[in-house]
Every structure is written in structure tokens, then in C-alpha cells.
Design a protein around this ligand. Structure first.
Ligand code: 13P
Ligand code: SF4
Length: 319
């Protein structure tokens, strides 16, 4: 529509004026992902977003995604202004792991190495020894296990049990879940597989174990896009937020992509496989953030320094 084109033109102009770069997650609207691409920003998984923002020489980062992604950018780049289209965009994993209760859990198990998923608040990260994203979680836990460490893991129980199964590590787990991935159903994928036995199954490991067990490849959003390219199958069943289809389809234009069902009968609903918080990012509020400097992330300096340590461990692991 014409008003979208006008917004896009305005945002491109504002990015230049403010020496800003747009860092977008794969689950945001197609228009935002395209804009990030066209303006020299990045469209990426949460680990790559963090790396890109930290290395870029822009003075303002506009992070289109959810709150923890903006906070991570600010923790890594305190000298930069970090703006988000809306600060309301959170994550069920973050909400489900409040700092006070989490600290009490850690206090009760002082002998364990605390590893938290990136999808957490700065305050929860500040309590951790390590932060990991899904693209690096298995390797980090393998490394810690080889050193004989016992793990306290939070907050995603599905990702946690996937890692636990892969590594055999001793992991005590917080009881959190992603409301989007938790809805994928093994029965629905089985039904689709019956219709298309030649299709490969790609799964984000925030999904339940019954769904992950059907995966030909499980991994982060970037890893799933790479797998779509490297697998020989020309049909793919994809169990992650539908926002990924924009870049995945670009990467494999000749392949047929199916949304993994979120209902047992093989049907999907329009709002199920889409994160309601990612969906809060739009061209309008993105332009507004740049125009008014709204949606800025602030983090108390002593908290930032504590959260920085486990994040830096992640970034220098295997770098
Ligand atoms: P990725 O690190 O795979 O991008 O995952 C982030 C996320 O929130 C998935 O739901
Ligand atoms: Fe959080 Fe799930 Fe949304 Fe990712 S898809 S941001 S894990 S609620």
C-alpha cells in the first residue's frame, strides 16, 4: 500500500539522519525484514543480532524484535542509543522467569553453574554464569559437562530437555515455555508426513519433545534456514514462527514450505504460529521510535556490568 511505501521512505531517511542501523529478527513482519536488508542492517537469529549490533559502528541501533534483544544490544553497546519500535514486546520465557524467584532458585543450588537462555531479562542474566542462545546451547553445555559441572538451566524446559538429551548433562530445570512453539503438535506433523512422506521436518528446539523427536534438523532460526538450503528435500515442514518463511522462501525459492500444524487434526490457525510480541513491531512504531527517540532501552550500569559477563562468555565461546 502507498502509506507503507511512504513509511519505508521515511524510515530510510531517518536511519541516515540518525546514523542508525536496523537489526531485525526473522519473526518480524516481512516489510521490516526487507527494510533491514535494504538499508545495510541485518535480519538474523538472536545470537547474530547480538554480534551484529555490537560490531556495527552506527551510533543508534534500532532493534526490531522483543525486549531481551534490545536489552542485550544495550548491555553490549552502552555507548550506543538502542531504540525499539515498542518496549511492550516481551516474551513468555522472560515473563515466566522473574528475577526474585529465579534468584531464590539459584540460592538453593549454589553448587550448580547457572546457564540461562538469552530470552530473559537483564536482571536474570546478571545472576547467570553463562548466557546461551539456541544456536550455541548444546556446545556450551557439552563444554561445561566435560569440565564436570552440574547445570542449573532456565527458563525454557523444552529447549533444556532437548539439550539434556543431546549431551547427557546433569541439568536442573526451571519450568518455562514459549507459548508459540509449545503449540506445535506431533500428531499434526505425522498427518502431514503421511501426505508428503518425502518432506523433511525442521524444528526449533523450543518445541515440545514429541515434536523435536520428529525433526530431521533441530536448531535456531538461522540454522533452520541453512538446513532448508542444504537438505536435498524439495518439501519442508517447518515448526517455528511463521515469520521465518520470508527469508526461508527467499533462500529456497524452488522448495515447498509447509507450516507445521498447531492443532492435532492437521489444521493451523492464523494466529497460532506467530509470536504476539514479535507482531507488535510495525513500520509505524518503528518510524515513531526514530522520529521521537521513543522506545529507548536504559539499563542501570551496575546491573549492565553484571549481565555483561555471562553474555561476553557466550560471544567469545567458539568465536
Ligand atoms: P533464535 O535464537 O533461534 O532466533 O530464537 C529466538 C527466539 O525467540 C525463538 O523463539
Ligand atoms: Fe519468546 Fe516464543 Fe516469542 Fe520467541 S517466539 S520471542 S521464545 S514468546
Amino acid at each position: 500500500p502507498a502509506e507503507d511505501q511512504a513509511r519505508v521512505a521515511e524510515i530510510k531517511q531517518l536511519l541516515k539522519v540518525h546514523n542508525a542501523v536496523l537489526v531485525a529478527h526473522y519473526y518480524t513482519d516481512d516489510a521490516i525484514q526487507q527494510l533491514a536488508e535494504e538499508t545495510g542492517g541485518c535480519v538474523a537469529d538472536s545470537l547474530e543480532m547480538a554480534r551484529f549490533g555490537a560490531r556495527h559502528d552506527a551510533t543508534t541501533l534500532v532493534v526490531a524484535g522483543v525486549r531481551f534483544m534490545g536489552e542485550t544490544a544495550k548491555i553490549l553497546s552502552p555507548e550506543k542509543r538502542v531504540l525499539m519500535p515498542t518496549l511492550e514486546a516481551t516474551c513468555s520465557l522472560d515473563i515466566g522467569c522473574p528475577e526474585k524467584a529465579f534468584s531464590a532458585f539459584c540460592d538453593a543450588h549454589p553448587e550448580r553453574t547457572v546457564v540461562v537462555y538469552a530470552n530473559t531479562s537483564a536482571a536474570v542474566k546478571a545472576r547467570a554464569d553463562w548466557v546461551v542462545t539456541s544456536s550455541i546451547a548444546v556446545e556450551v553445555i557439552e563444554y561445561l559437562q566435560a569440565r564436570g559441572e552440574k547445570i542449573l538451566w532456565a527458563p525454557d524446559k523444552h529447549l533444556g530437555s532437548y539439550i539434556q538429551k543431546k549431551t547427557g548433562a546433569d541439568m536442573l530445570m526451571w519450568d518455562g515455555a514459549c507459548i508459540v512453539h509449545e503449540e506445535f503438535k506431533a500428531k499434526g506433523i505425522e498427518d502431514l508426513k503421511r501426505l508428503y512422506p518425502e518432506a523433511a521436518v525442521l524444528v526449533h528446539p523450543e518445541s515440545p519433545a514429541s515434536v523435536v523427536s520428529m525433526a530431521d534438523v533441530a536448531g535456531s532460526t538461522s540454522q533452520l534456514i541453512k538446513a532448508a538450503q542444504s537438505l536435498p528435500n524439495d518439501k519442508l515442514i517447518v515448526a517455528t514462527d511463521r515469520g521465518i518463511f520470508f527469508k526461508m522462501q527467499q533462500a529456497v525459492p524452488g522448495k515447498i514450505l509447509f507450516e507445521a500444524p498447531t492443532a492435532g487434526n492437521g489444521a493451523t490457525c492464523r494466529s497460532c504460529a506467530h509470536c504476539p510480541w514479535m507482531a507488535m513491531n510495525a513500520l509505524d512504531n518503528l518510524a515513531g521510535a526514530l522520529r521521537h527517540g521513543s522506545g529507548e532501552i536504559y539499563i542501570d550500569e551496575s546491573l549492565r556490568l553484571r549481565a555483561l559477563k555471562p553474555l561476553e562468555r557466550m560471544l567469545s565461546f567458539n568465536a
